[in-house]
Design a protein around this ligand. Structure first.
Ligand SMILES: [Zn+2]
Length: 423
């Protein structure tokens, strides 16, 4: 079992090294407190307006008018291919948690491409044709939505993801109400559900093999080495764990690199938490450490901003300033990692705006063709890259700034040539 510190690490699968057995963890989203209020109408941009002049907007860390512009053929410039579409998503009553994550996934080039390819393969196999019946799975609904956006004639506008939302509500009762939901819980449910949908399809076609990976694993999966050293006999036990995303604890005035190092800090297992050692057979104190063994193509990092505070008996939001760079190297790899020099480019940030876990608003910054866009439900705007600095958080937790980077998406730079090109 995972130690409590890592309880929120969303491993969907645990493979005991050498044993070949697989344990599936259930990943049921946690319901949020009933009766929660919401202020979804107070989007990031409305927020700007309500704060008045650009001076105060900049000061409170919110996007100023001068730093954003409408998406048009003129503002996009000539570098954009015709088939790049910039579409907002209509809000169906507090569905910004969903819209913001969908935009990040749409900006994730390998995910979007594989999803649309998969949709083409499966719809050509079925005789029913496109759009003649409601999607049978969340994966199908997502494929239809991405197809709807990518096949638009216009370059910009917005679409209504109603069939997707209906399917989501059918598949998971926790998303059924009109309450504000957690964007990370949604992302987690979506990816796991889509993996299950793919596995089911493979089984139905007689093409499934045990432990088979899907294309979603190709995009997001990395591996952790869970190392435990028995302090009695000095033997180290290695256990491999797969992940689709990592949840990291955050500290005030830190960086994402510090968060990852902290994630891999050594931990003493003692007292009631002693380790049962296979080698010496005893129950002993041990030192535990979790390092990244193989890196994913797309690294998805969830900052644990919503923390249960015992003294107040509920979850509260941590406004800590956590800086995330445009380019990242993973600091917490095992010594013999497969791809030790892997570097990553930031391409999407899901931002939570608001003071608490049960209310607020989500928007998404996403990079497409070297430009940054702000997706706020049905609106899409071009923004200056510097604006991302306003969602790092505040150096003083009492500060009024309430918009924070919550889920970060980094894509691996494939070769050293690409790396110099992107720099
Ligand atoms: Zn031992």
């Amino acid at each position: 079992m995972l130690h409590a510190k890592f309880a929120n690490l969303h491993t969907y699968q645990t493979k005991e090294a050498g044993s070949g057995s697989t344990v599936l963890h259930s990943l049921t989203p946690r319901p949020l407190t009933p009766g929660a209020t919401d202020d979804t109408t107070m989007g990031l941009l409305n927020f700007v307006k309500s704060f008045g002049g650009s001076g105060s907007a900049v000061k409170s860390g919110i996007i100023a008018d001068a730093a954003r512009s409408e998406v048009s053929a003129h503002t996009l410039g000539e570098s954009f291919p015709e088939d790049e579409k910039f579409f907002g998503l209509e809000n169906f009553g507090n569905t910004c948690y969903c819209n913001s994550v969908l935009q990040a996934l749409y900006a994730c080039e390998p995910f979007r491409r594989r999803l649309i390819e998969h949709r083409e393969e499966t719809t050509s196999m079925s005789s029913s044709g496109v759009g003649s019946k409601p999607p049978e799975s969340l994966l199908g609904a997502l494929g239809d939505l991405f197809h709807e956006i990518s096949s638009q004639r216009k370059r910009t506008g917005y679409v209504a993801p109603k069939p997707f939302i209906d399917r989501l509500k059918m598949d998971n009762m926790l998303f059924r109400g009109h309450m504000h939901q957690d964007a990370h819980e949604f992302l987690n449910f979506l990816l796991n559900e889509c993996c299950e949908n793919l596995e089911k399809e493979l089984k139905e076609n007689g093409r499934y093999e045990p432990q088979q990976k899907t294309w979603i694993h190709d995009v997001f999966e990395g591996k952790l080495a869970n190392q435990t050293r028995c302090l009695w006999c000095e033997n180290t036990t290695n256990r491999e764990e797969c992940f689709l995303d990592l949840s990291v604890d955050i500290e005030q005035n830190s960086s994402i690199t510090a968060c990852l190092n902290n994630f891999s800090a050594k931990e003493l297992l003692g007292k009631e938490d002693k380790f049962q050692c296979d080698r010496c057979g005893g129950l002993h104190e041990a030192q535990k450490r979790m390092l990244i063994q193989s890196v994913p193509n797309v690294l998805c990092l969830h900052l644990k901003r919503f923390k249960y505070i015992e003294s107040i008996g509920r979850h509260a939001k941590l406004n800590h300033r956590v800086v995330f760079p445009a380019q990242l190297k993973i600091p917490n790899l095992v010594d013999d990692a497969v791809d030790p020099d892997a570097a990553y480019n930031l391409f999407a940030v899901v931002v939570h705006i608001g003071s608490g876990p049960n209310h607020g608003h989500y928007v998404c910054f996403a990079k497409r063709q070297k430009k940054w866009f702000l997706y706020d439900d049905d609106s899409v705007e071009l923004v200056d890259e510097e604006q991302l600095q306003h969602v790092f958080g505040s150096t003083q937790d009492s500060s009024s700034g309430s918009e924070h980077g919550y889920i970060l998406f980094y894509s691996k730079i494939s070769t050293s040539q690409d790396q110099s090109a992107a720099a």
